[in-house]
Ligand binder design. Structure first.
Ligand SMILES: [Zn+2]
Ligand SMILES: [Zn+2]
Length: 359
């Protein structure tokens, strides 16, 4: 007989879980595995609230296995390290992102692209190598194989740095892979939410000219004055859209709702690249003519491997990049989720787990 979440492992753990598609979160007792030779035990201090957490809590992608403890933008302190762990010691500041396991043998794993491993173990709502369910960062502690633990740079703020572990690497990795980092080139960032606002900052750090592409002008002054974008383009303004045609080298499309690609492709120059990182729940229409005529490329990208995630954290630390956040207490999570569903957040909620999660 399957053991209860509370009894299957030796270490008592406590967090907040969703139990059904209402997505409402409430206190939840469960357990974590013993710290093995390769493991790091992390006392969780902060956890970002990613849009995936909301999708999963409400089973909007159709594969939620309740109860689910979301959270994959985890920052904390190492409280125990296994015998074979040399990279970390007790007291180190560490991060845990979207994945906590992979096969370590396949081609992607051997190329430090664990995120594309067919047997990847996600931080929550996944089944680990030991056959038990994974629970995420809306909780007091987590035990993770050292390969999937990140050094959290000293000068990164623990709270505002947490969203880099998903939002940051999600936009950094495609910029590196698709060659979108050459200073002076023109980057469009479509959608200005959790991902988009970090893409603006990282793009500026690479020396790019950055234009935010948005359906409304609501965030224009903030994008330019606070986030450092060079310009702002409203897709519903036909004159401005026409004037901007053929001016961009790259676009990162972070929009997670179904939307037309043609206006974005039209903004690209010859040889331009559009990379999608949002995950609309229905397919988008792909207009072939502009791709053929302008030798343009449409690609995708999914988070990043552990080595590149560390590189991204170090890059952000060096350039003083963190997310703009609203810090909340654990008990405010349901209100925050409601606001997130309406995109009413500037630009990421982060839970102050260390100071507000109490039994
Ligand atoms: Zn995420
Ligand atoms: Zn693998």
């Amino acid at each position: 007989m399957a053991k209860s979440p509370e009894g299957e492992h030796p270490h008592k753990a406590f967090g907040w879980a969703a139990r059904d598609p209402s997505g409402a979160l409430s206190p939840f007792h469960f357990s974590r595995r013993e710290n093995g030779d390769e493991d790091v035990t992390v006392k969780i201090l902060y956890c970002g609230v990613c849009h995936s957490d909301l999708h999963t809590a409400k089973n909007e992608w159709g594969f939620t296995n309740y109860p689910v403890v979301p959270g994959h933008e985890i920052v904390g302190v190492a409280t125990k390290v296994g015998n074979n762990v040399e990279k970390f010691k007790v007291g180190d500041k560490v991060g845990v992102g979207v994945l906590v396991g992979s096969c370590k043998r396949c081609e992607p794993c051997q190329q430090d692209l664990e995120n594309y491993c067919p047997k990847v173990t996600l931080t929550y709502n996944s089944i680990g190598q030991d056959g038990t369910k994974t629970y995420g960062g809306y909780s007091d502690m987590i035990v993770v194989d050292q390969r999937y633990v990140l050094r959290f740079p000293d000068n990164l703020p623990l709270d505002a740095g947490a969203p880099l572990l998903c939002a940051g690497i999600t936009v950094y990795s495609p910029m590196k892979y698709y060659g979108m980092t050459e200073a002076g080139k023109h980057l469009g960032v479509a959608g200005l939410g959790g991902l988009g606002h970090v893409a603006v900052k990282i793009g500026k750090a690479f020396g790019l000219k950055v234009t935010v592409i948005s359906s409304s002008s609501k965030k224009e002054s903030e994008a330019i004055n606070k986030l450092g974008a060079d310009s702002f383009l409203v897709t519903s303004d036909p004159a401005k859209m026409k004037a901007a045609m053929g001016t961009m080298d790259f676009i990162i499309d972070t929009i997670s709702a179904v939307h037309p690609l043609l206006p974005l492709l039209s903004l690209l120059k010859m040889n331009g690249k559009l990379v999608t990182v949002g995950l609309p729940d229905k397919p988008l229409e792909l207009p072939i003519f502009p791709l053929v005529v302008g030798r343009k490329l449409v690609g995708g990208s999914d988070i990043g491997g552990m080595k590149e995630t560390q590189e991204m954290l170090d890059f952000c630390a060096k350039h003083n990049i963190a997310a703009d956040i609203e810090l909340i207490r654990m008990e405010d999570i349901n209100t925050a989720m409601e606001r997130l569903a309406k995109s009413d957040v500037r630009y990421r909620f982060v839970i102050d787990v260390g100071n507000s999660l109490s039994q």
